[in-house]
Design a protein around this ligand. Sequence first.
Ligand code: SAM
Length: 284
Amino acid sequence: MVTQSDNDVRGTFYIVATPIGNLDDFTDRAKRVLQEVDFIAAEDTRHSKRLMNHFGIETRLFALHDHNERDKAAYIASLLDEGKNVALISDAGTPLISDPGYHVVHFLRQEGHRIVPVPGASALITALCASGLPTDRFSFVGFLPAKSKSRRDEMSSWVPSLGTVVFYESTHRILDCLEDLNTVWGDTVQVALARELTKTFETFLSGSVSEIKQILEDDSNQTRGEFVMMVSLPAEQEGNTEALKVLTILLKELPVKQAAALAAEITGEKKNALYKQALVMNES
Ligand code: SAM
């Protein structure tokens, strides 16, 4: 077992959360750590430089992003071995949450380095806590696939035991995503949509999929900005979810009619309902 020890002379690796909009959410501790470390590893150095300048933080930055983080892990370990302290930040929010850093942290943990989280904002928790949807159990699924077919497959795989399903969505895909959610789950689910959290136009919408879709279609301003989508699946949909899963798999190999009939036989769901569902799913 690898553990970090108190009398380690090596440097410390800090994982520092930055604001997701409102700069007042930058904690004093986060600013102090960023000022005092020897290096800051940042997802986009130009973007972070602006934030650092705003707060008068002069620490040297280097880039750590999805494409170089495996290589940078060894470099960071060597800096820590020299006794240097390094902080990781992302463009906004908590690093590693749909942001780079996992490979570095995994590597440094294995090597027994001291890793200290400096908590702060994350869009995930900020959205969920104010959504009005169940918070006792939830599943964060990051970003859904960009292609509609894969997105629907992912949505069909959700089961009520996941609790509230939370994911990030972009302005370009928000309407398509609601369309797919409507296709797969219809108005059987409760949805909460958090937009522009901690910023001037912060908005929470909640209701059925079609209600929320309508609001966005009626007012294009509601499709602008950054989004967290939250979906609460009703427990009684469990059987139906299973049937959709089976249907999704069968549709990859069989014509609609045959897939629906077989899925009905396997799951005990109504053949007609599955046939209708299969037609919609096959459209994409
Ligand atoms: N690591 C970040 C965190 O802890 O929240 C998330 C990074 S991820 C690359 C960026 C996505 O988070 C955005 O596309 C959006 O879905 C969500 N997000 C970030 N800031 C947000 C905000 N202020 N309001 C709503 N969603 C936000």
